[in-house]
Design a protein around this ligand. Structure first.
Ligand code: KE4
Length: 426
């Protein structure tokens, strides 16, 4: 029995599933989770001292790798001046100005403490702006755990068998309408059936919570057109894609403008931060300026802002990183495909920028239906093969691999070799 197993036994006595977020429990891969003691660069180290090349990257925030000196030093400096004041601070202004400078089509930012809170608030804003109640989301997309969004959700809600959570009143769930990702007709059907009642369409511009599934040609543009036609707002949930696909996120990457954009993960540099952003016209409906209420004790926390600022400033000042990450992820994907072909493993490797995921199916994966056809038992075996060889992946099929700046060419090559050995054993 290792230390992780001992800690897991204790954890399950005092925390649901022994974790503070379901996916970490490793239930989809049928093994005790690794308890991580520390991380540095591209590596995490478990409580037994084992080192893993990490492709979870805290589910996206660690785009520069772990323990980056610029971020660590910024946090240390900020912490020395106090942890939380419940008052406005300089760094909140600076990070809001930076986000407005980098991200197209937004004029104001409200900081919150998680992606869930950002999306929950964005939905409330859209309902406040339009005076409408209904929301269109896509089956298999995940937008955090607020009630309106736990309907046909992806990520661990899907993997854990509860894509529409218990505890969400029907009176709330009925306002969430579900369309099919990459199927514009399914969206227009809902608009026609709910004429004048849809406040917003919310989409992950790149679905990354069903595994990675990119938008079909014209899909995002089509959503923009349908929202304009039916008077609804388009919300891009960029909690994953924000500052990952490009400095300007998916709006810049695809050239499609959303009305409200949510962020999380990367903008916190590893600390708990989310944000929702829009035009001045819309954001000035948010308290204390207007009737849409939203608040938070630790929103804009000075230490969290220091971490986020350090990371976003680095990305702004090293914007060549996006081409670099794209190239490394492309090489990794190519290596995985070559190995799969050599070993006769039926797998589709989807990639968008530095996001990628394998689906163990013989066909391509361009829809949620395709993704759900993946052999999740084979994914579990693949996961275990990789873990025992020192590579830590998402412990569930319906997630993404995240490539960071710390994943050097040598580490990518090492990963490809481990993939090859793992595929050979599948
Ligand atoms: P958080 O509340 O977990 O910070 O963000 C929710 C969220 C919102 N929108 C998108 C597109 C997201 O991917 C997420 C959270 N992502 C998951 C990973 N699939 C977080 C990991 C977890 O749930 O533990």
């Amino acid at each position: 029995m290792g230390v992780s197993e001992e800690l897991f036994d204790r954890a399950q006595m005092v925390m649901p599933g022994g974790v503070n977020s379901p996916v970490r429990a490793y239930r989809a891969v049928n093994m005790a989770p690794r308890f991580i003691a520390r991380a540095d660069g591209a590596y995490v180290y478990d409580e037994d001292g084992r080192r893993y090349i990490d492709y979870v990257c805290s589910w996206g925030p660690m785009i520069l790798g772990h323990n980056h000196p610029a971020i660590r030093e910024a946090v240390e400096r900020a912490a020395r001046d106090g942890l939380s004041f419940g008052a406005p601070t300089r760094r909140e202004v600076e990070i809001a100005e930076l986000i407005v400078d980098c991200v197209p089509n937004i004029e104001m930012v409200r900081m919150v403490n998680s992606g869930t809170e950002a999306v929950m608030s964005a939905i409330r804003l859209a309902r406040g702006v339009t005076g409408r109640d209904d929301l269109i989301k896509f089956a298999g997309c995940y937008h955090g755990h607020s009630d309106s969004l736990l309907v046909n959700a992806g990520s661990s809600a899907l993997a854990g068998g509860c894509p529409s959570s218990a505890g969400v009143p029907e009176d709330i769930a009925k306002h969430t309408l579900t369309a099919r990702f990459n199927d514009l007709e399914s969206v227009e059907e809902l608009f026609r059936a709910h004429e004048g009642t849809v406040a917003a369409v919310i989409v992950e511009p790149v679905a990354a919570n069903m595994g990675v599934v990119g938008p079909a040609e014209g899909f995002l543009e089509g959503l923009r057109a349908l929202c304009d036609k039916y008077g609804a707002l388009l919300i891009f949930d960029e909690v994953i894609t924000g500052f990952r696909l490009s400095l300007g996120g998916a709006q810049e990457y695809y050239g499609v403008r959303a009305d409200i954009v949510t962020f999380g993960k990367i903008i916190g540099g590893g600390m708990p931060v989310g944000a929702y952003c829009s035009s001045r016209q819309f954001m000035e409906l948010v308290a204390p300026c207007g009737p849409v209420y939203q608040a938070g004790t630790l929103s804009g926390n000075p230490v969290a802002m220091a971490a986020g600022l350090a990371q976003l400033r680095y990305l702004r000042d090293h914007s060549g990183i996006y081409e670099q990450l794209d190239g490394r992820a492309a090489r990794l994907a190519a290596g995985m495909r070559a190995s799969a072909a050599e070993h006769g493993v039926p797998v589709a490797i989807n990639r968008v920028g530095s996001l990628l995921s394998p689906f163990f199916v013989p066909t391509e994966v361009t829809t949620f239906t395709d993704a759900k056809g993946s052999d999740t038992a084979r994914y579990a075996r693949y996961f275990a093969n990789m873990l025992k060889r020192g590579v830590a992946l998402a412990p569930a099929q319906f997630e993404a691999m995240f490539v960071s700046e710390a994943h050097t060419d040598e580490i990518i090559d090492e990963t490809i070799a481990v993939v090859d050995a793992s595929f050979a054993e599948l």
